[in-house]
Design a protein around this ligand. Sequence first.
Ligand SMILES: [Zn+2]
Length: 163
Amino acid sequence: MTEQAPALSTEHDRLCRELGSIAVDYPSGDPVETLGRLVADADAALARQGTEQGRFERSGYLVLLYAMSWYVEARLSDQEDLIRAYEGVLRSFRQTFAESPACTCPDGGHPAPPEPESAAELGVHLLTEDGRALYTEEEEPEEDLSVYDCELYLSGLALSAAY
Ligand SMILES: [Zn+2]
C-alpha cells in the first residue's frame, strides 16, 4: 500500500484559483461572492480557535485577509456589507492575540509580508496539514511554515490589513 500524497480539497483548490485571480486584479468569477465566502469561512474558523486545526486556519485566513484587503479597498469600496463583514472578522481575529504577542520562532526571523500574488497560494495551503505538506513539497519555501503561526508575525499582519 502506498501512502496517499497530500492534496488540497476541491473547495480549497477552487478558493486558491479564485483568490489568485483576484490578487492579480483579474477576477475569474464574482469577486464580491468569492471574498464574501472567504470572510464567512474565516468567521466559521474562529469557533475552532484553541485547536490545532484552528491555529492552522488562523494563520491561513489572516494571510488571505491581509493580502486581499487592498482589492476590497481599491475595487469594492461601494460594497458596504462586504466591508463591514471584512472589518468584523479581522477585528475578531485581532482579539485572539495577547496584548503583547510574543515571537515563537526558533530564530526570531520573519519573512516579509506576503505579496498578494503569492499569498493566495500560501494562505490556502496554510489552512490544513495536508496543504502545508503539499506546499513544502512543491514550493520548497526557505522558511519552515511554522513561522506563519508566530503570534507576533500574525498579529502584525492583522494590524497592517487595510481594514
Ligand atoms: Zn516570530
